[in-house]
Structure formats: C-alpha cells, structure tokens
Design a protein around this ligand. Structure first.
Ligand SMILES: Nc1ncnc2c1ncn2[C@@H]1O[C@H](COP(=O)(O)OP(=O)(O)O)[C@@H](O)[C@H]1O
Ligand SMILES: [Mg+2]
Length: 287
C-alpha cells in the first residue's frame, strides 16, 4: 500500500533541500475571533518584507479570504484533483505578490481518496514547500479530524484568543487538544481585539499560566492586536486592513509584531526535511 507515498518520502529525504517554507496553522477555539483577518494581514505584512508567502484558505465552504481580499478564486483544490491541474493553475495573486489558494472541501478529501490522487496532490504540495518562505493555513472553526491533521502537520501553530473568558476557555481547549496529539509542537499565542495593552497582557499571562500548570507546556506570546474599528471598515470595502489604513493602530501593531517574529530570533525547531509533507504522508498511511 502507498508505495508511491513511500517513494515521495524517500525522494524528499534524499533531496538537497536548502530552502523550505515554514508552515504555520492559524487556529482558535471558536469562530469570529479574527483568524481570517489576521492570517491575511500577517501574510501581506510578510509579503511587504519581500518574503514569498502562500495563504491557504482551509475554511471549508466559507471562502473567507476571497471576500476579505476582494479576489474570487476561480478554482479550488477540488479542481486540482478532478482536472489534474497544477497548483499554479488554481493559484490567485493578491497584494504584494501574495499567493492564495482556496481549499474548498479539497484538502479534507486528501484522507479519503485513492492513492494515485493522493500522491499527485502531495507532490504538488511539496513543490510549494520548496518555492515559498511561508505557507499560512487559515483554519476554519471547529476541529474535525481531517482539518486537525493539517494543523498537526504544520511547523508552528498560532492560536488566537480575545480577552473574553469564553474565547480564552475555547483557546485553552484547542491548545489542550493539539497538545494531546503532539507535545512538542511550537505554539504561539496571539491576543486579538484587546481593549488595552494591559488587558492583552493579562490574557496572555493567564493562558500561559494554565498551559504551564495543567499541561506543563510553554506557549510563546506572539503579540497583542487591539480592537480597532478599522477592521470592520476594511472588511466592508473588501480590502485587507493593513492596506486600507497603513497608519491604523492595528496595522502598526501588526507591523511591529511581524518584524519581531521575523527577526526576533525565536529559534526554529528543526523538524527535518519537509516535516509537513512527511507528516501528511504518515497521516494518510494511518488512516
Ligand atoms: N482586531 C479587531 N478589531 C476589531 N474587529 C475585529 C478584529 N479582528 C477581527 N474583527 C472582526 O471580527 C469579525 C470576525 O473576524 P474573522 O477574521 O472573520 O474571524 P474568524 O476567521 O476567526 O472567524 C470580523 O467581522 C472582523 O470585523
Ligand atoms: Mg475565518
């Protein structure tokens, strides 16, 4: 079974892979905390710094990024499978040469399709790993097993929470869930929609404390983004907020956060050559 996947894995492990994309999954407990807005504007801010960034919309059926960016994807991952297209055929281009792929229901299907199609897709994905600096996965709400596999395959996870106790509880539940499957995975915490810096810091501290106390897990504070009316104004005009208003409070906070993330020397875990693809192959085999 899955000899082709084994071949792909061998090929990956033997290749001289000097450069590989870092894969980052953006998750939260419940919906509506700001994952899609953050993913998109985080991706754009990295793109502005001349990084090659690919944004994957994994929110099945909702097409969030499409709406936020005002760019309608003509094809999705489903078309890639069905018509044997290349990833470049289904890719859209956003601001600052940001690349964007709409997942549709296609990513979930990876775990429920024939071997030939699986290998076709995994090979396509591996091309992307070699071509980009960052691959950002905007996850939908909830944690179905199939979407969780993409989260668990990622190099890093960014968990969003707002300061609301319900949101914090949901973020904690999600972190616990992820930790259950993988104790070693790198988790960042981003507090979004903070009314003040102090409120953001308190939220960060509480979540760090519970994670340490109950799960002995260190999470890394990524930063705090304020609640800012600019976000909904930008959404209404279908323009990412960082482009809609480059001087807005939230945009400046995001610029600072990204600069720190990029240069701040938070050490990469070395997960080995194409850890992302290797883990997906493993999940496909375990299914
Ligand atoms: N920092 C923020 N300040 C103000 N409103 C925000 C902020 N982040 C998100 N929002 C609002 O929250 C809503 C949900 O955001 P969205 O990015 O779609 O969340 P998710 O992807 O987690 O469901 C949007 O309507 C947006 O206007
Ligand atoms: Mg979303």
């Amino acid at each position: 079974m899955l000899d082709q996947a084994t071949n792909l894995r061998k090929r990956i492990n033997q290749m001289n892979r000097s450069k590989e994309a870092k894969t980052i999954a953006v998750v939260s407990g419940k919906g509506g905390v700001g994952k899609s807005n953050f993913s998109l504007n985080f991706a754009i801010t990295l793109s502005k710094m001349n990084k090659k960034v690919l944004l994957f919309d994994l929110d099945i059926g909702m097409g969030n990024i499409d709406i936020l960016m005002g760019v309608q994807a003509k094809q999705t991952i489903v078309d890639l499978y069905e018509k044997e297209l290349s990833v470049y055929d289904i890719m859209e281009s956003g601001p600052y040469s940001l690349s964007y792929i709409a997942g549709g229901s296609g990513l979930r299907e990876l775990f429920h399709m024939g071997e030939k199609k699986q290998n076709f897709f995994l090979n396509q994905l591996d091309e992307l790993i070699l071509k980009y600096d960052y691959i950002i996965l905007d996850m939908g709400a909830g944690a179905s097993l199939d979407t969780m596999r993409y989260v668990l395959a990622s190099d890093e996870i960014i968990i969003l929470s707002t300061p609301e106790p319900t949101s914090m509880m949901d973020a904690y539940a999600m972190m616990k869930h992820i930790h259950y499957y993988d104790h070693g995975i790198l988790m960042y915490l981003l507090v979004n929609q903070a009314q003040s810096n102090k409120e953001g810091e308190q939220t960060t501290k509480r979540l760090q404390q519970v994670m340490k106390r109950f799960l002995q897990k260190d999470i890394i504070p990524l930063g705090i983004l304020p609640k800012d009316k600019v976000v909904s104004k930008a959404v209404l005009t279908q323009t990412p907020f960082s482009i809609f208003d480059p001087k807005a409070k939230i945009t400046r906070a995001l610029d600072e956060l990204v600069a720190q993330y990029e240069t701040g020397g938070i050490k990469n875990q070395n997960n080995g050559p194409s850890a992302f693809i290797n883990k997906l192959i493993k999940f496909v085999k375990e299914r």
